[in-house]
Design a protein around this ligand. Structure first.
Ligand code: DGT
Ligand code: CA
Ligand code: CA
Ligand code: ZN
Length: 577
């Protein structure tokens, strides 16, 4: 178990204790420990064997013991107990934006509210009115929040789905008789969120393999077990469907269970038009089954270019594939650097130099820092003095790392309520680039919010718009904004728009990335990294770009450092005139 997983469990334990109204000091100890673990750069297992874990600031003996147990055994009974003892309804209430653990505990204690349903009833009966912290402004937000949680259902983040699905694929591959296997469904199409996991395999006797699999300890509840299908729930509730077919059927089965449903329907129709029949098991012609050893041969038999899973959306992909006109989609290895990264100068966990080293290891030839600006007090936003000190620190690093990597001086400037940026113009002009983001005042009217962002885009110092809607997937809807107008403003002023690759955001979304590309607005894939490990998140931004049909040339940070430096330099030269 890596430090990110350990930190997540400690964090969750702190929250569960808070929901239960435990001693605040005890709760805080877990949150502090989670933060400390997140900032650790070394391998936890190595630290444990070297006995150095207790030297990490913020970790008491009790925590060291718990972490050791987690890392060495992968389990922690105290955590399992806590989860089992906390009513799932209370944990569900936490998903409502604005309801933190303390509020959930108060609702439970004073009104006995322990589920979404009972909260809904309490709101409807007016029981919340008059309760501390629930004024006429808060209650409508709670109602909105309940509706949001209901609409989200049981979906999980793509990043979460990979963490669950890869070990299952490993387990499947480890079973005797499995000849081929793959992940399918929305996860293979790299959708932002995933409803359930889908795995496909081929073997001579799929039924007995499925039966064997159903007895593994990861399988919490079996829902369906048959000769070609196993459906089950994992302990945390997520559903997984596994299909098993004969080896000659693998490509058609994988294709079918990759979907999307709309793509499948369009592909079947195309087969019919050509006098063929495509099913989840085979492609058949009038003379019998057409052998398809892989997906490429299915598409080829239908007169199509092979369509990458990310584009299988049932929109224009078949028409493009017919004309051999599919875009050559961007790949992770096309990225040569990135721009929206935080360091411990604001709310990041790592030093500038640690981030630089990690960027070199990630094969980047440039790295831009965009720590928070001064209005973001909660996130350690940089004062004017700190900005200047950071520039000096970056100059020194550029000197030290010359020839290895170029470091750019950026800032993530809050877009203030009136659409202005966070520092005087002469300071803004000193940055190599400015990422403008909204971090406060989310509850504006649509027209007002659109005007606010468009004003920021018009500011001469502005380079790129950060996380365009402020959404947090499965947790918070974005603010109301007319993105078409924002894209138009970006085009008019020559600005860029970020694809924020944090798996919680993925904002701009694929649909609007398409629009931005058509309007000639370059996109930038940014990890919004708050630690060295999070540089790897760019992968999720690449997935969004691929679903939007972006090629390398549509994304600024596929350009080499010389070109990027020139572009940023020209921008500043233009402003000077
Ligand atoms: P999800 O799980 O909601 O994130 O989305 P998917 O796409 O993974 O959907 P899922 O798990 O229900 O089904 C996996 C694939 O199986 C789906 O993408 C296409 C195929 N499939 C499922 N039901 C149908 C159907 O009724 N018709 C057709 N043509 N294909 C289907
Ligand atoms: Ca699925
Ligand atoms: Ca499924
Ligand atoms: Zn940021």
């Amino acid at each position: 178990m890596g430090s990110a997983d350990v930190a997540k469990i400690l964090e969750e334990m702190g929250t569960l204790l808070e929901i239960r109204g435990e001693n605040p000091f005890r709760c805080r100890a877990y949150h502090t420990a989670a933060q400390a673990v997140r900032a650790v750069n070394e391998d936890l297992a190595e630290m444990i064997s070297a006995g150095t874990l207790s030297q990490v600031p913020g970790l008491g003996a009790n925590m060291v013991e718990k972490i050791t147990r987690l890392v060495t055994t992968g389990q922690l009974p105290a955590y399992e107990e806590l989860k089992n003892e906390t009513p799932p309804g209370l944990q569900n209430l936490m998903r409502i934006p604005g309801l933190g653990p303390k509020k959930v505990f108060a609702l439970y204690k004073t009104l006995g509210i322990s589920s979404l349903d009972s909260l809904k009833k309490a709101v409807e009966s007016g029981a919340l009115e008059g309760m501390k912290g629930y004024g006429p402004k808060t209650i409508p937000k709670i109602i909105e929040g309940i509706a949001f949680v209901e609409s989200v259902g049981e979906r999980i983040l793509q990043s979460h789905a990979w963490r669950l699905a890869l070990p299952l694929l490993e387990a499947l591959r480890g079973m005797a008789g499995v000849e081929q296997s793959a992940i399918g469904g929305s996860l293979r199409r790299r959708e932002d969120t995933v409803g359930d996991l889908d795995l496909v395999f081929a073997g001579a006797d799929p039924g007995s393999i499925l039966e064997q699999f159903s007895r593994l300890s990861v399988v919490d509840t079996v829902l369906v077990l048959g000769p070609t299908k196993l459906s089950f729930r994992l302990a945390e509730g997520v559903q997984c469907d596994i299909r098993g077919v004969a080896p000659s059927q693998f490509a058609c089965a994988l294709n079918y269970f990759t979907g999307s449903k709309a793509h499948n329907i369009a592909l079947r129709r195309r087969a019919q038009q050509r006098g063929l029949k495509l099913t989840e098991y085979a492609l058949e012609g009038s003379d019998g089954i057409i052998s398809c050893p892989d997906e490429a041969s299915i598409y080829q038999a239908l007169g199509l270019q092979e369509i990458p899973p990310e584009l299988r959306q049932g929109t224009d992909e078949i028409e493009l594939a017919e004309r051999q006109a599919l875009p050559t989609l961007i790949e992770r290895k096309d990225l040569k650097g990135t721009f929206h990264c935080h360091s411990d100068w604001s709310d990041g966990a790592n030093t500038l130099e640690e981030m630089v080293e990690a960027a070199i290891a990630a094969n980047f030839s440039y790295l831009g820092f965009a720590d928070h600006s001064r209005s973001a007090g909660y996130a350690g936003g940089l004062s004017l003095d700190r900005v200047r000190q950071q520039w000096e620190a970056i100059d020194a690093l550029n000197h030290k790392y010359a020839g290895k990597i170029q470091i750019f001086k950026g800032i993530e400037s809050d877009i203030l309520a009136d659409g202005s940026l966070d520092y005087p113009d002469d300071v803004l002009a000193g940055f190599d680039y400015v990422v403008g983001s909204i971090h406060s005042g989310f509850h504006m009217k649509r027209a007002e919010m659109t005007e606010r962002i468009c004003r920021a885009l018009a500011h001469p110092a502005m380079t790129m718009l950060g996380h365009a809607t402020g959404r947090l997937l499965l947790a918070r809807a974005g603010y109301e904004v007319d993105l078409d107008a924002v894209i138009e403003a970006a085009a008019r002023h020559g600005r860029l728009i970020e694809i924020n690759a944090s798996p919680h955001r993925l904002d701009l979304d694929a649909e609007h990335c398409r629009k931005a590309r058509l309007r000639g607005v370059p996109l930038v894939i940014n990890p919004d990294a708050h630690s060295t490990g999070e540089l790897a998140l760019v992968e999720y931004g690449v997935a969004v770009g691929r679903r939007a049909g972006l090629c390398a040339k549509d994304v600024l940070n596929t350009r080499p450092v010389s070109e990027v430096a020139k572009l940023l330099g020209n921008r500043r030269a233009l402003e000077a005139t």
